[in-house]
Design a protein around this ligand. Structure first.
Ligand SMILES: [Zn+2]
Length: 243
């Protein structure tokens, strides 16, 4: 399976870029994980928007869902132009009723995932764990039966994330703050906590994402590296992992 970073900023996108969104692909099946601001524009660097087969959302903060509305418009326009009736499934949790209901539109269908149950989306099986965040948010462990990718979504440090991330081939961890900053109050992780999580879970590789708009971001990598001796990289648009 292949993981491509479409957007990696926390909060808002910097010029010409996007907030949280990742393209997960295997055997021609294309699943978008989160759909933040700027994503519709940036996604077209990689695929046509109508080539998506599914969307899975971690939570309903704007930097993870802001472009759902324009994704719906793009499917409306393209279906109308091509006289098609294709519907795009958009998976979300139902703990925010308003957020969940907004996933359904003429050519998109909001589908509830139940965090205690595994979810099969094309070739991918998702399992979930609730994170520590100001609104209900779910981390995802994704497997194709062979490789494992864990995406923390947004969270402060939580012990349960260690067994959840155990021996993942790739850990995609939010990294909103630098070492020593008060990340937990905002429901986020520091760089060193990302490194600690990666080390304790014994993952193969760590990708730092959901990056802050301040400081020298190369330092995030160094700080995580004091805790984790495996491969650590900083997300950028177009970064890919293939297992
Ligand atoms: Zn959030």
């Amino acid at each position: 399976m292949k993981w491509t970073v479409v957007g990696y900023w926390g909060a808002y996108p910097e010029k010409g870029e996007a907030t949280s969104a990742y393209l997960l692909e295997q055997d021609g099946f294309r699943c978008l994980i989160d759909c933040g601001s700027g994503v519709l524009s940036r996604l077209q660097t990689f695929i046509d928007v109508t080539e998506l087969d599914a969307v899975v959302l971690s939570h309903y903060h704007q930097d993870h869902i802001a472009d759902i509305g324009v994704l719906q418009y793009s499917w409306l326009v393209q279906n109308s132009l091509h006289n098609r009736n294709r519907k795009l499934p958009v998976y979300g949790h139902v703990e925010d009723k308003t957020g969940f209901l907004a996933l359904t539109h003429q050519f998109t269908e909001g589908i509830a995932y139940h965090p205690d149950e595994a979810l099969q989306v094309g070739p991918f099986q998702f399992t979930f764990i609730q994170t520590n965040h100001p609104v209900p948010c779910y981390a995802m462990r994704i497997t194709n039966g062979d490789q494992v990718i864990v995406y923390t979504a947004d969270t402060s440090f939580k012990q349960d994330l260690i067994p959840f991330s155990r021996e993942a081939d790739l850990l995609v961890s939010e990294c909103s703050f630098y070492h020593g900053q008060e990340a937990a109050k905002a429901g986020h992780l520091t760089s060193s906590q990302c490194g600690e999580l990666a080390a304790k879970a014994g993952v193969k590789q760590l990708l730092l994402t959901h990056l802050p708009h301040f400081g020298n971001r190369a330092v995030l990598q160094e700080e995580a590296g004091r805790k984790f001796s495996g491969i650590i990289q900083l997300a950028h648009e177009g970064w890919t992992w293939q297992g």
